[in-house]
Design a protein around this ligand. Structure first.
Ligand code: TYC
Length: 102
């Protein structure tokens, strides 16, 4: 059986050997200055968490130094990092958000 991919026909056997694209974790890092309530808002606004879950993740970051906001395809993770960092800078907070291959 053959499948069309980017204008080329490839064998099914070859397709099954192709690795699925990697996923990326989006991480928040702790700092001493960003207010806890601001971090909770970020987790709700950009990661769809309810207030209870956002509070738990924020406290984990606060106590352990970092925490996972979610796992996404590369382009989605990169966009979330940009949006979070830009939102934090607009509010003059040093909040750090990074992505890492899962
Ligand atoms: N440590 C911050 C404080 O005490 C709160 C905080 C939590 C900051 C999580 C960043 O990613 C963070 N105000």
């Amino acid at each position: 059986m053959a499948t069309q991919k980017q204008g080329e026909f490839i064998l099914e056997a070859e397709r099954s050997r192709t690795k699925p694209p990697p996923l990326y974790k989006v991480l928040l890092l702790n700092d001493d200055f960003t207010p806890m309530d601001f971090v909770i808002v970020v987790l709700q606004k950009f990661f769809g968490m309810d207030r209870e879950r956002a509070t738990r993740v924020m406290l984990q970051v606060h106590r352990e130094g970092m925490g996972v906001c979610g796992v996404f395809p590369k382009d989605v993770a990169a966009t979330k990092v940009e949006l979070v960092v830009s939102f934090a800078r607009q509010h003059q907070h040093p909040l750090a958000c990074v992505m890492e291959e899962n």
